[in-house]
Design a protein around this ligand. Structure first.
Ligand code: FE2
Ligand code: FE2
Length: 146
């Protein structure tokens, strides 16, 4: 199984989207799903910022990505503070999902291709391992096993 940073990050995006689908469908306790979402989003974002964005040729792109991570976290925290049964939940959920989708699309179409151009295949594997190390450690603190 491929373990380079681009593949691992992309796989984790797909996993996050599955959680979004479950939130939309009400497939499981929404409060628990939101908690899992928050833990996975934070772990993913921190691992990217600490181990992957630092390798990007453009510091501006790295800052932009980190700003979008913070915006997504803010929207998710707003969502965690309201009742899943309340009148605003669905709208705020869609706002959060749209913000993450925008970020993920930019990452996959611009940022990750730039990373692949900028570093060697060996380095991309090392970055994948470093990304996973941070991500898994943060998830363990949140009580989530991968
Ligand atoms: Fe990402
Ligand atoms: Fe990101």
């Amino acid at each position: 199984m491929a373990s380079d940073a681009v593949t691992l990050i992309t796989n984790d995006h797909r996993m996050m989207e599955q959680l979004f689908d479950r939130l939309r469908d009400g497939d499981g306790d929404r409060q628990l799903l939101l908690d899992e979402c928050a833990a996975r989003l934070t772990a993913h974002s921190h691992a990217e910022e600490q181990k992957v964005y630092t390798e990007l040729p453009s510091a501006e792109e790295a800052h932009h990505g980190a700003d979008e991570h913070h915006e997504a976290e803010r929207l998710l925290h707003d969502l965690q503070r309201i009742s899943p049964e309340g009148p605003d939940f669905d709208e705020k959920l869609e706002e959060f999902i749209a913000a993450v989708r925008h970020h993920v699309e930019h990452e996959e179409s611009v940022v990750l291709p730039e990373l692949r151009e900028a570093v060697s295949p060996e380095r991309l594997e090392e970055l994948g391992a470093a990304f996973e190390e941070i991500r898994i450690a943060e998830l363990a603190v949140a009580g989530i096993r991968v």
